[in-house]
Design a binder for this molecule. Structure first.
Ligand SMILES: [Zn+2]
Ligand SMILES: [Zn+2]
Length: 214
């Protein structure tokens, strides 16, 4: 089979070992000499799987590859920016949801803490509206009657605005005085401490309760 060389256009026998065929689009064959191919490199060019391109096809191939690469890069960039905007939307949505959740949580927290505060206040009111004072003799052998007599003699409930609701005898000769309101109790404590502290320990049960409760 004979044809013309793609370069010099002289006759060429494709079967001859000195000819090369382009693997590109032109489908031309060439004299190896016309394409600057040495006889030494010919066997390598003709080995199976090896693709040789004429100068024109080589240029075209490079352009095509460059085009493919650019269009791929372009597509990749579009894809990346698409992902970026998708992630940014997603981020906004997550942040908005988180914000809503946090504000709901803080409203719930406020409800809980205001409720707790109310309960605490009401408990504190109950505690402060009822005061209990313990008068305990330092001499533990003393009777409750003696303690009571000392209190009555030295401390006037009426003068102190003390509203006694209950008087109870406790162990070791002690007296527990329950009263309404903290003012009278504080007055009583003050006067009792002044007049009776040599013989008695005077303590406020309220304070003990309060410190245990909170
Ligand atoms: Zn030629
Ligand atoms: Zn070609």
């Amino acid at each position: 089979m004979s044809s013309k060389c793609g370069k010099c256009e002289d006759t060429l026998d494709r079967r001859k070992s000195s000819s090369v065929t382009c693997s590109g689009f032109c489908n031309n064959s060439f004299h190896a000499n016309c394409c600057g191919i040495s006889n030494d490199s010919l066997p390598c060019l003709k080995s199976p799987g090896f693709c040789w391109y004429c100068a024109e096809c080589f240029k075209m191939k490079n352009k095509y590859e460059l085009y493919m690469k650019n269009s791929f890069d372009e597509k990749l960039l579009k894809m990346i920016s698409g992902f970026e905007s998708m992630f940014s939307d997603l981020k906004q949505k997550i942040l908005a949801t988180a914000k809503d959740t946090f504000s709901e949580m803080s409203v719930a927290n406020k409800d809980v803490s205001s409720k707790a505060l109310k309960e605490k206040n009401s408990y504190a009111n109950i505690v402060s509206s009822k005061s209990m004072i313990v008068v305990k003799p330092k001499n533990t052998g003393q009777t409750n009657a003696e303690t009571k007599s000392d209190i009555v003699t030295n401390v006037s409930a009426a003068q102190l605005n003390l509203k006694v609701s209950k008087v109870k005898q406790i162990k070791d000769g002690g007296i527990l005085i329950s009263c309404d309101g903290s003012e009278g109790a504080n007055n009583f404590k003050k006067v009792a401490s002044e007049k009776l502290s040599a013989k008695y320990d005077i303590s406020d049960v309220n304070m003990l309760l309060a410190s245990k409760a909170f």
